[in-house]
Design a protein around this ligand. Sequence first.
Ligand code: ATP
Ligand code: MG
Length: 292
Amino acid sequence: MDIRTQLRELMEKNNYSMAYIATATGIAKSTISMWLNENYNGKNDKITDVINNFIQREKERTFDEDLPIVDISIIKYISEIGRLCHTKGKIGVCVGVAGLGKTVAVKEYAKTALDAILIESDSGYTAKSLLKEIHRRLGLSGKGSVYDLMSEVVNKLNQSGRLLIIDEAENLPYRALEITRRIHDKTGVGVLLVGRNILYENLRGFNNQYDQLYSRVKYYKQLDRLFLQDVIRILDAAGQNPRLADTYLQYSGGNTRKLEHLISHSNSIAQFNGKTEVDVAVIKKTSKLLMG
Ligand SMILES: Nc1ncnc2c1ncn2[C@@H]1O[C@H](COP(=O)(O)OP(=O)(O)OP(=O)(O)O)[C@@H](O)[C@H]1O
Ligand SMILES: [Mg+2]
């Protein structure tokens, strides 16, 4: 597509005014307007270069920020286990390496199962702060002693058929994880713990600390890596050629976060090197730059 049409389409799609383009490119509004209408008398090539650059930047930006959620196998596995824990009131654990797409998947599940309570934990959580957060998420004040918080949470959740999802559960100290077990025991709600592989190792532990929790785990899934079909779907959503799926899978190690970086940076590198599209050599080169 010719560059002027590309700019017109971009402006229309994103509602960009001429003034916006002028600010973003540093070219005067009147110059852009004349250039667009092919009656600019100055150095057309220079303007074309700048506009081209601008369009490429916009494409990259759109790619980084707006890649839609793709229905990959990680989403399927997590939602299957989520649904089982939810409907049967059991405890489940899903683990996998960083960047696989676990958080995206639990958020997707929580979007469809509106009564699920999704807690995104971090290493600052204690047993009490976790309880407070659950208390708040149930529409309560989040205030009180551990005993009061616990009894009110139990009251509210009792036989409610809801699901408690703890994302990045490997960050929780033992006592906080124990809270989720007690809530489960007292109310019958399902619990889904999601995190990196270390979560499962902790639960199995050497010193039997987690025995009570571990022995209640009914469903367990170790998430591995993306399948070729997942990569094809992601490439498709990103408007990229699915022909390169094998290579992308190989050089990303089947990791969603790495794959997205690889796709986005391969694009930039191909453009930088004056190639019209990404090829195997570009992906190889980019993967070296990104992952050493
Ligand atoms: N289903 C998906 N569709 C599109 N992009 C995805 C999808 N899942 C993951 N991603 C991309 O991969 C990135 C990493 O995903 P996410 O944060 O869910 O990984 P994670 O497994 O929770 O990692 P961590 O263990 O580091 O928390 C996301 O920021 C997003 O860009
Ligand atoms: Mg995560």
